[in-house]
Ligand binder design. Structure first.
Ligand SMILES: Cc1ncc(C[n+]2csc(CCOP(=O)(O)OP(=O)(O)O)c2C)c(N)n1
Length: 334
């Protein structure tokens, strides 16, 4: 059975001021990146799909604050938050959403393929569950080369019904690989509630099938996520093998875009209840209450980030589209 973080974290020490500020900054960067991207999409400026991460920021921030630069991550179709938190630049990210040649994938990948190998971001992924075996492979490669880096794979509740998840979990466990499995359980796979696609209440229970320890955390609490992640990452780095973290969270926007298809699959009351536990509001309240930051400190982060985003959007809009003559560049055949 999965351990609940309330018991798991009792032995953890208080997090430092520096960590609280780090978590806050990463979450604000994701929130503003995503809300601006949503506006641009609604205005018809961005081609393609956009699966926004708003509401889930505490998970990416909490995990990434526990990683080193040389640690690697794999992501999902809802990948902007992971990329931002791992340090991928706003300019390359917006340019990619605009399909411009200055983008992270030279304008050829779009939202669901953003990657930056120099930052250890091995890629968003349009194929549900497909990031799991990639992270397992990255962890295998790191160990083979004698490095002590860790790989983290992010995936949703729905992804744990996919074969690639089970194959990856089994292989990581039997080989004792340094992988941290992070399930962002936002309660839905597209428009299907968790109870409609699996009989389990806790996805973390799936880890037991592979002999892997697991922990369940409040995914709206960045500090709780961070503590669990720091423990799992330290374990993996020390050679103790993989672990799964299930973060119970929620996406504030629709499955895709801001307004989405307006399917009535979630009640207004449910959405409002989760929004009342906005992860950034929770962390700000905590920081103000314990004197970690003043309102002016927090506002400064929002303001600096807004300025950086305005610059990045202007950069993306001023960048050229790829040249059609380069259509076959970076295309390989067997
Ligand atoms: C292999 C595969 N099957 C189906 C889809 C269509 N699809 C895209 S997102 C999604 C739901 C995924 O749910 P979950 O893993 O819980 O992630 P969330 O969207 O909740 O973040 C589905 C079924 C896909 N992209 N890939």
């Amino acid at each position: 059975m999965a351990q609940r973080a309330s018991t798991a974290s009792k032995k953890s020490t208080q997090v430092s001021t520096q960590v609280i500020r780090d978590l806050h900054e990463r979450m604000v960067r994701i929130r503003l990146f995503e809300t601006e991207a949503g506006k641009l999409m609604e205005a018809g400026k961005l081609p393609g799909f956009l699966h926004l991460y708003v509401g889930q920021e505490a998970v990416a921030a909490g995990v990434m604050a526990a990683l080193r630069d040389d640690d690697q991550i794999t992501s999902t179709h809802r990948g902007h938050g992971h990329a931002v938190a791992k340090g991928v630049g706003f300019r390359e990210m917006y340019a990619e959403l605009y399909g411009r040649v200055t983008g992270a994938c030279l304008g050829r990948g779009g939202s669901m393929h953003i990657n930056d190998l120099s930052r250890g971001m091995l890629g968003a992924n349009g194929i549900v569950g497909a990031g799991v075996p990639i992270a397992v492979g990255a962890a295998f490669a790191a160990r083979y080369k004698g490095e002590d880096s860790v790989a983290v794979t992010f995936f949703g509740d729905g992804a744990t019904n996919i074969g690639a998840f089970h194959e990856g979990a089994n292989m990581a466990a039997i080989l004792g690989l340094p992988v941290v499995f992070v399930c962002e359980n936002n309660g839905y796979a597209e428009f299907t509630p968790q109870s409609g696609h699996m009989l389990l209440t806790d996805v973390a229970d799936r880890a037991a099938a592979y002999g892997m320890p697991s922990v369940i955390v409040d995914g709206m609490d960045a500090v709780a996520v961070h503590r669990a992640a720091a423990e799992a990452v330290a374990r993996a780095r020390a050679g103790a093998g993989p672990m799964m973290i299930e973060a119970k969270t929620y996406r504030f926007f629709d499955h895709q875009g801001v307004k989405g298809l307006r399917h009535p699959y979630r009640s207004d009351e449910e959405v409002a209840e989760w929004k009342s536990r906005d992860p950034i509001d929770l962390l700000e309240a905590r920081a103000l209450a314990d004197g970690t930051a003043t309102r002016a400190d927090l506002d400064d982060v929002w303001q600096r980030t807004r300025e950086e985003i305005a610059d990045a959007i202007a950069y993306a809009e001023a960048s050229p589209l790829p040249d059609p003559a380069d259509l076959l560049m970076n295309v390989y055949s067997g």
